[in-house]
Design a protein around this ligand. Structure first.
Ligand code: GLC
Ligand code: CA
Length: 533
């Protein structure tokens, strides 16, 4: 494994969603045995690290983001011994492991919450309140859950408890020292087991204004930074660079970068970029704003196109409105998947050429699209259920991966598996399997493999600086500064205009997202160029 300090500043991090990556035992649900058996896919792809969505014991009311025990593995995924073996096997292959910690809430099946329901002193570890109205049968405040409906649920003795997400996800009271001590101990539990980083779920939400009224009562409260300062001290007390990565959704870029001060988190997901439409001016503004927000704190930017919560970008880029927002999600919005796929190829080269680290959400390297026709009765996401079925939910980006073969389960489960995949795979994924795409020079998979190979070998890529090059309207062109002055320059050019444009003067085309037209760069195409040879 590379021991380079600051490895995370330029890393390519692959998100594994364990339920949907690979099923080792044939029950239709992905598991650790499946991940261990498929590690070589990640080696061939060429990623530096893997972030695993939660693997803990959980009733799965929110697909594992409702954690019942932060120090063990859910039996559907495997055992703690298997997790330790997975960490070791990844390390042997030079791949770092990042796990997901959920500090804002736990599962209603967590022993602390069960003790709280039984009336124990654990009630103080959550937010319990009497109701309003003469009988206390009105919720304590009008706060809404992020998943829809009230953020309060009443318990048998008449009190109400707070849950920003599903009722099965009670919010911790971070004003209580026991909660703080517990999470530092949980961090140590996993850092002792060799994990290289922690992805922090809903990182801007844990600290609450006790008024608990309005979204400002839980969003980005100043006190949240104390938590991450103490977590940073824990991470820094371990050998090697152990990184803290925040899931911080905040519209205000300055407030966002507060999380990235030198004694807090190392990086945070760039959701502005993930939400940005396929538009040259908007993308350029997003890149500039990202870099200028990160510069004062010296933090590395990140670039993210998709994850387990949002519409897969092949679909998003195939829509008339190619931006993303949770509020904007609707059933039945048309998408041109062919167009989206062409743009997704170009977006991959853009993302992997920008300064900082990049995320690849499992299946993005296969060009998977959002599955929008999952039968209603098979949908599991609480966002679908709690929105009264107005929000299609997030199941469509969580469909099990296609690995091989001509029909479902496409090698996701072993041959002869007893159960079908937990969400149905589209039959059209037969040409999206790893097997079908391997060796096909025009496939998305080979594009990602080549891009990551070049990125590893190219000193100008990853962490560092960039400079915009002159380009026609609707075209983004930038050079990366090579670390060594003697290296020839590297540039990325992306044509978002309505017509082909001439490529700038260059020595060599290193990689293109689609066929070039002589010396012209077609619409929705990106190229990586060696400037002089
Ligand atoms: C984060 C996760 C999402 C989850 C929510 C509640 O946003 O990414 O999947 O539902 O937190 O834990
Ligand atoms: Ca399984």
């Amino acid at each position: 494994m590379s021991t380079a300090a600051n490895w995370w500043r330029g890393a390519v991090i692959y998100q594994v969603y364990p339920r949907s990556f690979a099923d080792g035992n044939g029950d239709g649900i992905g598991d650790l045995a499946g991940i261990r058996a498929r590690l070589d896919h990640l080696v061939e792809l060429g990623v530096d690290a893997v972030w695993l969505s939660p693997w803990y014991p959980s009733p799965m009311a929110d697909a594992g983001y409702d954690v019942a025990d932060f120090r063990d593995i859910d039996p559907v995924f495997g055992t703690l011994d298997e997790a330790e073996a997975l960490i070791a096997e990844a390390h042997e292959r030079g791949i770092r492991i990042i796990i997901d910690i959920v500090p804002n809430h736990c599962s209603s099946a967590h022993p602390w919450f069960e003790a709280a329901l039984a009336g124990g002193p654990e009630r103080e570890l959550f937010w319990f309140r009497p109701g309003r109205g003469p009988n206390g049968d009105q919720p304590p405040t009008d706060l809404r859950s992020i998943f829809g409906g009230s953020a309060w649920t009443r318990v048998a003795d008449g009190e109400w408890y707070l849950h920003l997400f599903a009722p099965e996800q009670p919010d911790f009271n971070w004003a209580h020292p026991r909660v703080r001590a517990e999470f530092e101990d949980i961090l140590r539990f996993w850092l002792d087991r060799g994990v290289d980083g922690i992805r922090i779920d809903s990182a801007a939400l844990p600290v609450k204004d006790p008024a608990l009224d309005g979204i400002e009562a839980y969003t980005d409260q100043d006190g949240v930074h104390d938590i991450y300062r103490s977590w940073r001290r824990v991470a820094d007390s371990y050998p090697g660079d152990r990184v803290l990565i925040g899931e911080v959704w905040l519209p205000d870029r300055e407030r966002f970068t507060n999380y990235l001060r030198a004694d807090e988190l190392h990086t945070a997901f760039n959701f502005d970029f993930l939400c940005c439409p396929w538009d040259a001016a908007a993308l350029r503004e997003c890149v500039d704003a990202t870099l200028s927000a990160h510069a004062p704190v010296g933090a590395a930017a990140t670039w993210v196109l998709s994850n387990h919560d949002v519409t897969r970008h092949v679909t998003r880029y195939g829509r008339v409105d190619s931006s993303f927002s949770f509020a904007g999600k609707r059933e039945g919005v048309a998408a041109d998947l062919q167009l989206g796929g062409v743009r997704a190829r170009a977006a991959a080269l853009l993302t992997l050429a920008l300064p900082g680290s990049a995320y690849v959400y499992q299946g993005e390297e296969l060009g998977l699209w959002e599955v929008e026709d999952i039968p209603y009765e098979l949908r599991q996401d609480p966002m679908w259920h709690r929105s009264g079925h107005t929000d299609p939910g997030r199941d469509g980006c969580r469909v099990p991966l296609p690995w091989s073969g001509m029909e479902p389960p496409f090698g996701f489960s072993p041959a002869g598996a007893a159960a079908a995949p937990w969400l149905p795979q589209p039959p059209d994924w037969k040409d999206r399997t790893v097997q079908a795409q391997s060796g096909d020079p025009y496939s998305m998979l080979e594009l990602y493999r080549k891009a990551l190979r070049i990125r590893r070998a190219e000193p100008a890529l990853g962490d560092g600086r960039m400079v915009w090059l002159p380009a026609p309207d609707g075209v983004l062109a930038f050079a990366r500064e090579p670390e060594a002055a003697r290296e020839a320059g590297f540039a990325c050019v992306l044509n978002l205009s309505a017509a082909a444009v001439p490529l700038p003067a260059h020595g060599e085309v290193l990689l293109a997202s689609g066929p070039l037209d002589g010396a012209a760069l077609p619409v929705d195409t990106a190229a990586w160029l060696r400037l002089d040879s």
